[in-house]
Design a protein around this ligand. Structure first.
Ligand SMILES: [Zn+2]
Length: 315
């Protein structure tokens, strides 16, 4: 790809869709967001995205023909070969929709569809926290409402047999532990997701108010001992998850992303202390543990970069 060429990255979420023009190095040239409006047809979103992209390109003095490919990231179970949505829990209305062909028809550009967590991992690998990783293996753990993730091995996204790889939230970290939304017990998601942090804090402090994970972070930073302890324990749980991943894949980098990454100040030390304690006997483990750098833009940037990577390899 010549340096003068650009990509379009689209990250479709249950509420908002992020749209950006990305340059050849993975930097954002222009970006905006629009409501996804999942109750309406995909066509409506595509028409809106089309005019937004024209507007963004015009304002950035980029010619439409210099926008090479479109990468689309979205949550759910996707048919990546045929470019359609099989089932997306937050966008149920679009199950079965051939989203890639709808986008290609309207935008007149080649589109590549990817799961949003994988796209975010690729974004961090390409232009974020894993940028300097020479060996090409990176694992991203996305700690948000739930826990997901992406696996990059030998410079490629590892999808697994049925595109189900990277479900780190359902790795068991506590035998006979808390019940998880998936029906199993002791999953990481039941301890270290934003939802679980709120739940554990409310239980520990007998609180019934509606609070968010950010409130717990703030309490901890303000010296609330219960909140501090909850965050330290959360760091420990994340560390156990990380150690399991390190032993399985020995990646160059593990990136912690998602909303919980905002608590880096509270989590970084408990995570590294616990990881070091648990891998002390394994002298060969060289995995770097870092927090994400692209925040909410990782999926949009990564979707664009992955589109280029897959298309330019296959041409
Ligand atoms: Zn589970």
């Amino acid at each position: 790809m010549k340096n003068s060429k650009y990509l379009i990255g689209i990250d479709i979420g249950g509420t908002d869709t992020k749209i950006g023009i990305i340059d050849s190095k993975g930097s954002i040239v222009a970006k905006t967001r629009t409501e996804t409006l999942t109750k309406s047809s995909v066509q409506l979103l595509v028409k809106r995205v089309y005019s937004i992209c024209h507007e963004l390109a015009k304002n950035a003095s980029i010619k439409w023909e210099d926008l090479l490919y479109i990468g689309i990231g979205m949550p759910g179970i996707l048919d990546l070969i045929n470019g359609s949505i099989l089932f997306s829990p937050n966008i149920r209305e679009w199950s079965g929709v051939p989203i890639v062909s709808i986008f290609q028809k309207e935008m007149k550009k080649i589109c590549v569809l990817e799961n949003d967590a994988n796209a975010a991992a690729w974004g961090e690998k390409w232009a974020g926290a894993g940028k300097d990783s020479k060996l090409g293996s990176l694992i991203m753990i996305t700690l948000g409402t739930g826990i997901g993730g992406g696996i990059i091995l030998e410079n490629k996204i590892w999808h697994g047999g049925k595109n189900g790889a990277g479900e780190f939230g359902h790795i068991v970290i506590e035998t006979n532990g808390r019940v998880c939304g998936c029906g199993n017990y002791g999953c990481a998601e039941a301890y270290a997701s934003a939802t679980a942090v709120v739940k554990r804090y409310k239980e520990a402090s007998d609180l019934t108010d509606d609070i968010t994970a950010e409130d717990v972070f703030e309490e901890a930073l303000n010296g609330n001992n219960i909140a501090r302890k909850v965050m330290e324990e959360t760091g420990m749980y994340i560390a156990i998850l990380i150690v399991n991943i390190m032993h399985t894949l020995n990646p160059d980098v593990i990136v912690i992303g998602g909303g919980m990454a905002a608590a880096e100040e509270l989590l970084a030390k408990p995570i590294s202390d616990e990881v070091n304690k648990r891998i002390a006997r394994f002298g060969t483990n060289s995995t770097k543990i870092v927090f994400g750098r692209l925040e909410n833009d990782a999926g949009m940037i990564g979707a664009a970069g992955w589109a280029r990577k897959t298309l330019e390899i296959s041409v």
